[in-house]
Ligand binder design. Sequence first.
Ligand code: FAD
Ligand code: NA7
Length: 455
Amino acid sequence: MRQQKRIAIIGAGPSGMAALRAFAAAELQGDTNPEIICYEKQDDWGGQWNFSWRTGTDHYGEPVHSSMYRNLWSNGPKEALEFAEYTFDDHFGRPISSYPPREVLWDYINGRAMQSGVKARVRFAHAVRWVDYSEEAAQFTVTVDNLRTKETVRETFDEVIVATGHFAFPNVPNFTGIETFPGEVIHAHEFRGAERLKDKRVLLIGGSYSAEDIGVQAHKMGAQQVTMSYRSQPQGFAWPEGMQEVPEIVGFDGQTATFVDGQVREFDTVILCTGYLHHYPFLSRELHIESPNNLYPEGLYRGVVWQNNPGLCYLGAQDQWFTFNMFDAQAWYVRDLILGRAELPSAEARAEHARAWLERFEAAQTVAQQVQFQADYIRDLIDATDYPSFDLDEVVRIFLAWKADKQANILTYRDCTYPSVITGTMAVRHHTDWLDEFDDSIERYLETPKPQVTQ
Ligand code: FAD
Ligand code: NA7
């Protein structure tokens, strides 16, 4: 009989890396860890932050995971996602701006994970195909394809952590007549940069983060006209000239789209910013989340433990105001359950706890209440672990300031700065205004601009 527990982590994005870091931290405290294997289908870690120029399928023929694009700068202040036990000061050794570009945030996540020496636990280019659970053996069998050698292996585990994210499988609804549209129609998942939208009349369908950010990217890169069509409610920012919100689409007729308020417009390009699906093709329906993208998916105790089979946990399954530090709080809690540092309550107690939090979630209607809900949710996890606590209410205030800054000017909010709630360090303004910055490389970001020589 096997003595040591075996744990599978599926995915090495920020959530899977948080799990690896959590176990490494326990080891430093003298705990004996189970055997941990993390399967990652890409060649490197970082999840969404691991940019790919490819769309559709990758060089292994696998669905491309990342939905990120060139010139993607953090869409929320970095002070709201900072790791409580590996700060931006720790990593960069000097203050940086509040909205760094993708590569800089990848560097930060990578720096922490490298410091824990956990890379050897990740089997890169390994795609998990299926997870079976045997009641009799109380074990999971994970079927994995090694994409390089083309071997298929089956390994058994006592517990499985799903950290595969939920912004990789696009939601692609149909729109009447869209098949007659002669221009390009893509989903935000396939968007890689707005340069080619210059001089174009662009229609973005959707009223959330992707529509907003791809919209301002298109505007920044010189699109002739950016129209965003919302279904439920407008985003309501003070859009610059050339950007406009319209209500839902009735249908397309060739290049022409008609909207429910009677407006008729012509477009060159359509980008569906219609969100993503919770899709886990390696899980049967008994283990699979069925939820819209919200702050408290049903079926998860404390937002992480699968109620019907607590040997299976999810990280990062919620919609996200908070990101990296929330994944940490979740990972620390799941680790503690696995190590026996925390006790799993009975099924009834778990269901009762989840019901109470679901009610709180449903009562949170305004943005302020929803951010506070997620802060309270994280606090509940941190209180149950030894993850360093930090001032979550201050982070809520930063989020509200961020909202107000966006409201004031959607094109300049990324030039604003906030203090770290962990170190107190005040962010500095990036050397170039976001609207004028067309180079999102880490080299350019960290460069100190040479003083202007005046003659
Ligand atoms: P992911 O980052 O999605 O990582 C999941 C990992 O699982 C991937 O590496 C993937 O290859 C792997 N995987 C998937 N399936 C399998 C399989 N079957 N077998 C093996 N491996 C598998 N957050 C912010 O904080 N700030 C931002 O500015 C921001 N911008 C965003 C912009 C876009 C366009 C998107 C889509 C998301 C953005 N996010 C942002 C949210 C982002 O999702 C999180 O920051 C974070 O990446 C989530 O981490 P994760 O590990 O849960 O999932
Ligand atoms: P979100 O935040 O899940 O939003 C999806 C949007 O798509 C939302 O506005 C939806 O409208 C809209 N939607 C969905 N289906 C339709 C149809 N059929 N017609 C019109 N509009 C539709 O996804 P995002 O991609 O914006 O953001 C996801 C992550 O990527 C986020 O974390 C960011 O950081 C980046 P609704 O409001 O439901 O009416």
